[in-house]
Every structure is written in structure tokens, then in C-alpha cells.
Design a protein around this ligand. Structure first.
Ligand code: PLP
Length: 422
């Protein structure tokens, strides 16, 4: 149905129906949370074996002492295979890739990169593909880095805009990228986008790409998206110092108790270590080794991810199916993504309605990521985007979440159209 083509009378009749539907749903007293991209308990239990072993005397001595600031060599090798890098380019950190990103931005601000002056000497800017990950934007906001919105296109950020900014403005020092199954749109950067990012002329010698490959092995279908290897392209172009790549096992093993890593050029690694050496004598190598024994190799990781997928893919499917049934067929109040991997569905509702949808959902017992959170400064000027995180909710609660969400979208959008027509 095209809601915008309804007459004033049709809209006011529909508004009454939607109000009743919403009130009926709200009266059921549900309590559901689809706000954060957290794995569910069943997913966490898949890693139970990892928590059982190995026995103390099975750990290599290197894992049981200070040292190996870059991480255990075998763990560096494993991450290198996952990311298509060389083990010498991998730094293995603690439990959080976000932590590594924060520290990297802070090093840029405090010390600068590659002999350039520290970023905090002047006002600097980051490009922020939108909608995007609120915690990336949070890092910038926390440090007072100005953020510039770059619209996503379905195959990565709008590169004409990116190239224009980085070529003309030396105060643009960074860009946030989630190149595979992006948070929240689920899109994967095309080969052309990756190539352009790696090779584009930049005004700032110390411009850096924060390549957050959080969802590199997180498939929801049998036909994975293929992401080009940005570091390989950058090496050919001589721009490898531009790339800081990140990933972690937060959504392979245990969120909050995984292992994170960073991939970078030899020069960048040397520089990073020269600062990190003052920060810690070494990260938790016991956890690194536990992960190595459990994960084994990329093939075994793929098997683990198949088990993860068996738990979460039906949750994505249930939501997509409900959207298709309720908002399919040329409907003009909701558009959504159907991701082949990652953790999110991005829902765009009628302009000016996202906040109201959030408010209605909350009042009926459903917690969503706050409307606006997918934009820098929490400002979605079109008030349109909502991020849906299907994984955490248990399958029994999902129908309630869907019922509330659908009723709220319909009520908010029909009310807006009726008001405009009044
Ligand atoms: C794109 C992206 N990067 C990083 C993270 C956090 O990763 P970590 O647990 O390694 O800090 C998330 C978590 O939702 C994410 O969506």
C-alpha cells in the first residue's frame, strides 16, 4: 500500500485502526530488548569448551609470563590468516577492538603519526559514513573531533564526497569504515570503493583509515560477500601506512572476553609499540592461547560461525519476513536492509517518524537503539533511521518484539501523514 496516496478520510480511518492495534499490543505487557548487537546466551555457550581448557601445564611458558607485547606468535598468525595480512603486521591486544581504536585515535592526538605533528595541535575532522556505528562516533565526540557525515550507498560510502574532502582539506585526518556487513546497513564495500579508499590522493600525510573489520567471518547465508584486501592494494600503491585494520573475536567466542587485534604496516606497528610499551608489559596471553586452542584455524572458525549462524539467522529471517508481510509491495513508510552477514538490520521509516517509533516501542515494552544513534552527535536530521539488533533476544520473545515494532511504525507514520493532511 502507498500510504502517501491515501485520502484524508482514509488516513483518519486508518489512524483509528492503527491506534487500536497499538493499544492492544501495548496492553500485553511485553518486555523485550533489541537495542544492542549482543550475542545471546545460547551463542555464548558455544564457547563453553574454551572455558574448560587447556590444563595449566599445556600452556606454553610464553603465555604464562610478561613479554610478547605484540601477542603470541601463533595467535598473530591466526589473525593474519583471517584478515589476509602477514603475521608480522598483526598486533594482538586485549578483549576489545573498540579499545584498540580508542587508543589509536588517542595516540594520533597525543603523539601524531609518521613524524607529523600531533592531531591535537589543530582542529581535526573525521569522515563518518552514515548510518554508522554509534561507538565510533562516540570516540570522536569524546575527543572533540569534528565529524562529517558521508552517506552510505549500498556498497560503501559515497566515494566522490570522500575523495573531495580528503583531497582538499588537510584537517580531515581519518575515516571510520566497517567494510564488511557494515553496522547497521549490512552492506559490504565494493572492490571499487576499497580501491579508491586505498589509492585516493589525500591532503593530509597523516590521514588514516580506521578499517573496523568486526564482521569479517560473520555470515548469515551460503553466499558470503567478498571484501577486497585493502592492505594488499595499499601496499601496491605505497599507501600502506594509511591503513589501521581492526577485528576481534567478540562475536566468535565471547563478547567482552574475546581477543582483539590490529593489522598495520611495519612502520605503523613499530610506532604503535613505541607507545604501547609504556602502557602495558603485555596483554592477556592466557586468553590468547585459550582462543588459539579453541579456534584452531580459519576452517574451524568457519565451523563455529556456522553454529552461530544456526542460532541467529532464523531471528533475522523472522524480522525480515514480518517487514515483508507488513511493509512489502511498494509500501512507502518503511524500507529495510536484508543483510547477508553481521549483526544488524537497518530500518528507514517515513521521514520525521523514527523518534516517535522509538517512543511508542518503549512505551509498549520494546527497547530499541535510540533513534539518531546511528549518526554523529546522535543527530539524524531526517529522523528516519532505526537500528534493529535481532541476536540478543531469545527466539520466544521475538514475535512480541516484531508485533510492537510493526504496530509502532504503522501508528507513528500514519499519524504523521494524517497530521500533514489535516
Ligand atoms: C562495528 C563494530 N566494531 C566494534 C565493535 C565492538 O567490538 P569489541 O567487542 O571488539 O570492542 C562492535 C560491537 O558491536 C561493532 O559493531
Amino acid at each position: 500500500m502507498k500510504y502517501s496516496e491515501l485520502t484524508k478520510e482514509e488516513l483518519s480511518a486508518l489512524l483509528e485502526t492503527q491506534r487500536r492495534e497499538y493499544e492492544d499490543v501495548a496492553a500485553k505487557g511485553y518486555k523485550v530488548d533489541i537495542a544492542r548487537g549482543k550475542p545471546c546466551y545460547e551463542q555464548a555457550l558455544l564457547a563453553a569448551d574454551m572455558l574448560q581448557g587447556p590444563a595449566a601445564d599445556q600452556f606454553p611458558k610464553a603465555a604464562l609470563n610478561y613479554g610478547n607485547l605484540e601477542g603470541l606468535p601463533e595467535v598473530r598468525e591466526l589473525f593474519a590468516k583471517i584478515l589476509g595480512l602477514d603475521a608480522s603486521e598483526i598486533f594482538v591486544g586485549g578483549n576489545s577492538s573498540l579499545n584498540l581504536m580508542y587508543d589509536t585515535v588517542q595516540r594520533g592526538l597525543q603523539f601524531g603519526f609518521g613524524g607529523c605533528e600531533p592531531w591535537n595541535k589543530t582542529k581535526i575532522k573525521f569522515l563518518c559514513p552514515v548510518p554508522g556505528y554509534d561507538r565510533h562516533f562516540g570516540i570522536c565526540e569524546h575527543f572533540g573531533i569534528e565529524m562529517i557525515n558521508i552517506p552510505m550507498t549500498g556498497h560503501g560510502p559515497n566515494m566522490d564526497l570522500v575523495e573531495a574532502y580528503v583531497a582538499s582539506d588537510a584537517s580531515v585526518k581519518g575515516i571510520w569504515c566497517i567494510p564488511k556487513y557494515s553496522n547497521p546497513t549490512g552492506e559490504t564495500y565494493s572492490d571499487e570503493v576499497v580501491e579508491r579508499l586505498a589509492t585516493m590522493p589525500v591532503a593530509a600525510k597523516d590521514f588514516r583509515i580506521f578499517w573496523d573489520n568486526a564482521y569479517c567471518v560473520h555470515e548469515l547465508t551460503d553466499s558470503p560477500d567478498k571484501l577486497a584486501n585493502i592492505m594488499a592494494i595499499a601496499k601496491k600503491a605505497g599507501t600502506e601506512d594509511r591503513i589501521f585494520e581492526f577485528t576481534s573475536t567478540s562475536k566468535i567466542t565471547l563478547a567482552g572476553a574475546g581477543v582483539a587485534c590490529m593489522g598495520m604496516s611495519a612502520a605503523n606497528l613499530k610506532e604503535a609499540l613505541s607507545h604501547i610499551t609504556f602502557q602495558t608489559i603485555g596483554y592477556d596471553k592466557v586468553n590468547q592461547y585459550r582462543h588459539l586452542v579453541y579456534l584452531k584455524d580459519p576452517e574451524h572458525i568457519a565451523e563455529i560461525m556456522d553454529k552461530q549462524r544456526a542460532i541467529i539467522a532464523p531471528k533475522f529471517a523472522a524480522i525480515i519476513d514480518a517487514f515483508e508481510r507488513n511493509f512489502g509491495d511498494d509500501c512507502d513508510i518503511a524500507k529495510w536492509t536484508n543483510p547477508k552477514g553481521g549483526y544488524f538490520i537497518s530500518l528507514d521509516v517515513l521521514e520525521g517518524c523514527a523518534k516517535e517509533v522509538g517512543r511508542l516501542c518503549k512505551a509498549a515494552g520494546l527497547t530499541l537503539t535510540s533513534a539518531g544513534a546511528t549518526y554523529p552527535y546522535g543527530r539524524d536530521d531526517a529522523d528516519r533511521n532505526l537500528r534493529i539488533a535481532p541476536t540478543f533476544t531469545n527466539a520466544d520473545d521475538l514475535p512480541a518484539a516484531i508485533e510492537i515494532l510493526v504496530a509502532s511504525v504503522k501508528l507513528a507514520c500514519v499519524a504523521k501523514l494524517a497530521e500533514e493532511r489535516a
